[in-house]
Write a protein that binds this ligand. Structure first.
Ligand code: AHR
Length: 626
């Protein structure tokens, strides 16, 4: 039997307690959340024609005279490539884009077409854009009139007549001639929250439904890059999309369980859009920046201390971009992008998953510069990828001595580990740095193994562990599962919270666990005990309890990891509860149960129950999170 004591413990649940970790891994952004359907729209991939084909053309054949496209390097400093299409036989020539493993097209949806174009010579006056299905049948089209030798942006719309997950874009020309093109784009008109240059609706909605307290972006290892040159540089991710300088994605090919040689970052989804998304989600933005160390699992390239300034300046300028007045250099850029109001940034991460003396040395410089100008910004530092051990202890010792504010810990481990470590934070110093459990997920086989499953065993163990996070809310201020998204045809890492294909997405059991906590975070910790002790696995049961000052609710989270139903028998002390309670349950008798596109076996079920006087006496079924 348990005792729920509703007397105030004085421990607040931070509004940031349950959040989201976003990274462009597994086609999370380009080819995923970012709704652009054209792959390599600006011909800047390492192979500038990647994603494009000319089915009726062979530049090298003397017999084939339909036409051909040539990639041209322009005088521009960035995004230098455009395409020059020479059409010799208008009836015979077409230019095709394959999309990111096809384009997900939905019947009756409208698609915005846009491109930059300029005639070179000849008499091309109309360009036709067709969406075609997997078999080449036309499923929507528009014809756009073009004229003149000056560069212009042209726009049109296509209404799709059929749903197809493997659509393509086919471009044809009405006449012979030479025409220059760049930034060829197809976007669903209907993006999440109606944002231009926006996000795929089903995917963003799933984020919203988590009720996240924060959005961490843009990663992950992509923050660091394999080399410093390939790190994420936020300044290159803002402003007009055509001026954002693309780079290779750190998750290109390597770790390619589903090969992704076409994985580049266009930055169409850049820092402005991340801030906007945070605002739309009602989540605190949490940008993380390079600390001058490239991914230590790759080159670990170090910016010499004497050359750290530009890295530090990026961090300081980012705060101005987010919060500065419109009269400041970077605040002005935010306003020009349509957001004169500040984004009210409160947190910034210095380094993603760094470790060792090189990190500490660099962290100190960042901390000094950021807090000298912005004393109220909270800095998140990192303890590296290890949940224990020499590197981990070193990071904590050093960061604590430096009065670090919040330390990011990462743990990818077996389901058993999560259950066994539910008391992990019980003895963390309440006066020391706070914890951001920034990346965690139960690995059913091994870290990032392609065989890992998002099954109920993993999700149940995470739910059990999360009682320990919540119970220790005095020290744990932020938490997030990782990674977030994965495309079934282009992933590098498993398990992942949300799986998608070109048309649909599904929520894993792990997602529903996150959602259960995220939608019921409460505001104040109260105590729930058995025999005077926290419920941390006695009889395979785990529990935590909070109250919500705004709603007056008492929220008890109970996890039964055993194969038998168990009675809660909770004596309530300190306050009288209402007669009826609401019960939200995730349960499966099958630890191997997984969700998929056609059936979600593990989903929340809601019911009501009657309270027995000052007792909560409900049955918690086997293998259930309630
Ligand atoms: O979440 C996947 C990767 O795991 C992240 O990019 C990195 O931070 C960690 O090693």
């Amino acid at each position: 039997s348990y005792v729920l004591d509703l007397k105030n413990t004085g421990v607040k649940i931070q509004p940031t307690m349950y959040g989201i970790f976003f990274e462009d891994i597994n086609l999370g952004a380009d080819g995923g959340l970012y709704a652009e359907l054209v792959k390599n729209r600006s011909f800047e991939f390492a192979n500038p024609m990647m994603g494009w084909s000319q089915p009726n053309s062979d530049k090298h054949s003397l017999n084939e005279k339909s036409g051909y496209a040539t990639v041209i390097k322009t005088e521009k400093e960035i995004n230098r490539h455009m395409i020059r299409v020479e059409v010799n036989n208008a009836a015979g020539y077409s230019l095709v884009n394959e999309g990111f493993r096809g384009m997900g097209i939905k019947a009756n949806d409208t698609y915005n077409v846009s491109f930059m174009g300029a005639a070179q010579s000849g008499s091309i006056s109309k360009i036709k854009f067709q969406l075609v299905d997997e078999k080449g049948g036309v499923i929507g089209e528009t014809t756009i009139s073009v004229s003149g030798k000056d560069w212009k942006t042209y726009k049109g719309q296509i209404k799709a007549t059929k749903t197809d997950a493997k659509g393509q874009l086919k471009i044809t020309f009405d006449n012979t001639g030479v025409f220059n093109m760049d930034m060829i784009s197809i976007f669903p008109k209907d993006t999440w929250n109606g944002r231009e240059n926006g996000l795929r609706k089903d995917m963003a909605q799933k984020l919203y439904d988590l009720n996240p307290g924060f959005l961490r972006f843009p990663g992950g290892c992509i923050v660091e890059g394999r080399t410093l040159e390939q790190r994420y540089q936020w300044k290159k991710s803002i402003g007009p999309v055509e001026d954002r300088e693309m780079i290779i994605n750190r998750w290109n090919v390597e770790f390619g369980h589903k090969q992704t040689p076409d994985y580049f970052q266009t930055f169409g989804l850049g820092f402005f859009e991340y801030f906007q998304l945070s605002e739309d989600l009602g989540a605190e933005p949490l940008p993380v920046l390079s600390c001058g160390i490239a991914c230590q699992f790759n080159t670990g390239e170090l910016a010499p201390m004497a050359e750290l300034d530009p890295f530090v300046q990026d961090a300081v300028d980012l705060i101005e971009f987010a919060n500065g007045a419109v009269t400041t250099t970077w605040g002005k850029k935010r306003a020009e992008m349509g957001h004169p109001q500040p984004f009210n940034l409160k947190f910034i991460g210095v380094g993603n998953e760094q470790w060792g003396p090189d990190y500490i040395e660099r962290y100190k410089v960042f901390e000094k510069a950021i807090h000298a100008k912005y004393p109220n910004i909270k800095i998140i530092s990192t303890s590296g990828p290890f949940p224990t051990g020499e590197h981990f202890d070193y990071a904590w010792k050093e960061l604590k001595a430096l009065n670090a504010q919040i330390i990011d810990e990462h743990y990818y481990a077996k389901p058993e580990w999560f259950k066994q470590n539910v008391t992990r934070y019980d003895n963390y110093d309440r006066k020391g740095p706070k914890v951001f459990a920034g990346e965690y997920a139960a690995q059913t086989v091994a870290i990032a193994s392609p065989e890992n499953k998002n099954n109920w065993e993993a999700a149940l163990s995470e739910a059990a562990f999360m009682t320990g996070l919540e119970r220790n809310a005095e020290v744990v201020h932020m938490t997030s599962y990782a990674p977030l998204f994965a495309h079934v045809e282009g992933w590098q890492w498993t398990p992942d919270l949300i799986w998608v294909d070109n048309l649909n997405s599904f929520a894993t059991p792990n997602y529903y666990v996150q959602q259960l906590y995220g939608q019921n975070p409460g505001t104040d910790l109260v105590s729930i005990t058995t025999g005077g002790k926290a419920i941390t696995g006695q009889n395979g049961m785990y529990a935590t309890a909070v109250t919500d000052a705004a709603t007056g609710e008492v929220i008890v989270k109970v996890v039964n990891t055993t194969a038998k139903a168990q009675k809660t028998d909770i004596a309530v002390k300190g306050k009288k509860l209402a007669k009826e309670g609401k019960m939200i349950m995730l349960q499966s008798d099958d630890l191997q149960a997984e969700n998929n596109f056609t059936s979600e076996k593990v989903t929340p079920k809601t019911s009501t129950f009657t309270l027995n006087g000052s007792k909560i006496d409900v049955e918690i079924p086997a293998q259930a999170v309630v």
